[in-house]
Design a protein. Structure first.
Length: 127
């Protein structure tokens, strides 16, 4: 069991690193490290495939919420090539977390993400 948990934890850590990358070069590298080349990301607001499109979704989130960072809430739960986890978007200024969600990821044999299915549990009014 522990080997699976470590693998899932590492994948989620790389995923959050990508979501927290703000500089274009760092974002490109982080997305490539976290996702397979044909990886997909789907949530209520986006349905994209490939590193370039995933990076664009992440950039748009930072434009909408400048000065915020994605943080894991609770533990990563994983089995086989699948993991699930909750996260929130936290203001670095005051700790407010207007956005929270729940993601399910599927990994390839090397631990990179093939698919993300994201759900938004909390969003600000009017967003």
């Amino acid at each position: 069991m522990s080997a699976h948990t470590d693998r899932h934890d590492r994948a989620v850590a790389r995923y959050l690193e990508a979501w927290n990358a703000r500089e274009p070069e760092a974002l490109t590298k982080a997305v490539a490290a976290a996702f397979t080349p044909d990886g997909t990301y789907t949530d209520p607001l986006a349905d994209v495939r490939g590193h370039e499109h995933i990076a664009a979704v992440i950039s748009a989130a930072h434009e909408q919420f400048p000065g915020f960072a994605f943080r894991l809430t609770g533990a990563v739960d994983g089995h086989h090539d699948t993991a699930r986890f909750s996260w929130e978007l936290v203001s670095e200024a005051d700790g407010a977390a207007p956005v929270a969600g729940f993601d399910v990821i599927a990994l390839d044999g090397e631990g990179r993400i093939r698919t993300v299915l994201g759900f938004l549990d909390r969003v600000p009014a009017g967003a």
